[in-house]
Write a protein that binds this ligand. Sequence first.
Ligand SMILES: *Cc1c(COP(=O)(O)O)cnc(C)c1O
Ligand SMILES: [Zn+2]
Length: 371
Amino acid sequence: MNQLICTSCDATFPFLDPRWECDGALLDLEFDAQIRIDDLKNRKHTMWRYREALPIKHDQNVVSFDEGCTPLTEIRVDGRPCLVKQEHLFPTGSYKDRGASVLISRAKELGVTKMVEDSSGNAGAAVAAYAARANISCDIYVPDSTSPAKLAQIQMYGATLHKIPGSREDTARATLKAAQHHFYASHVWNPFFFQGTKTYAYEIWEQLGYQAPDTLVIPTGNGTLIIGAYIGFSDLLKLGHIQHLPRFIAVQSAHCAPLDRMFRENLNILPKIQTEDTIAEGIAIAEPQRASQIVDIVRKTHGQILTVTDSDTEQALLDMCRQGWYIEPTSATAIAAFQKMSVQEDEVVVLPLTGHGLKSTEKMLKLAQQT
Ligand SMILES: *Cc1c(COP(=O)(O)O)cnc(C)c1O
Ligand SMILES: [Zn+2]
């Protein structure tokens, strides 16, 4: 049955209930995804080709720019092969468009006219773009330290921008007040966002000739890609399209690594940690709401959590740029992690290039001047 379910008390709510929480606890969506290989043959190359796996009832509510089906390309890192999925090529410059496309379609299906969202940048830009396409008004809350290119993007899409002083958590608190009165288009709280990011898994499976890779390496803060990928591969397993799940490797910045600590010390709740500024701004999340889900995924798939320092990340970014890949510093954490991992001879490893380098021009200029 398709329904919302509380991750804390197991209460269920009807599919079309607009709520995004249950007494302060997270909701997940139980959804019976269908994928038939024969259906895919004649469909457009967009993430909506998996139509029967996406939880939107009516086609007229689908909000899309024909995004997705990003290329999966082999590269060599220190002489070792891996596959990079070019998620920086999305309309707004990051994979967050996968989640935004489904989430804003959901908002449209519910008849929403105004929404709020908080983000350290890319999710805000994606929600603003899809809200513009759906003609829904939107307010985006960001920490005042957010990169100027992302702020410009959010404003140019016509969203109302609120810059909040202090930490990412201060921004979240400011948003919660507004979310009492308007649809909360949260990429963290709203389970429909993950129903979009799961298409990352479906596409990799199709591109590998209907197979799962051995290993996924994923930059992780709030977990929007890693949780989505897990849902996607679990669907494929349930449908009998693959025989095993990949190993999930989450990558954190050593300067902000609460999940690493939770995993290593075998904790069941999120520890309070010290953080420092990091060049990997996209994953600098001190208090990820879905921490236990993320750590569970890593444990269940016999994966790992790897941390990388800013200097590892900068070096990986430079290596990539020197080969013609222009990606966000945050995306380079996956490359830096791959450099540290031991891999088997024929292991198929997939890394996402999560965001476009043009999002981070000031950081790039600084690096360019140092080299
Ligand atoms: C959102 C994002 C990530 C992953 O972040 P989560 O907080 O785990 O969702 C990685 N790289 C970039 C560029 C991002 O925008
Ligand atoms: Zn509950």
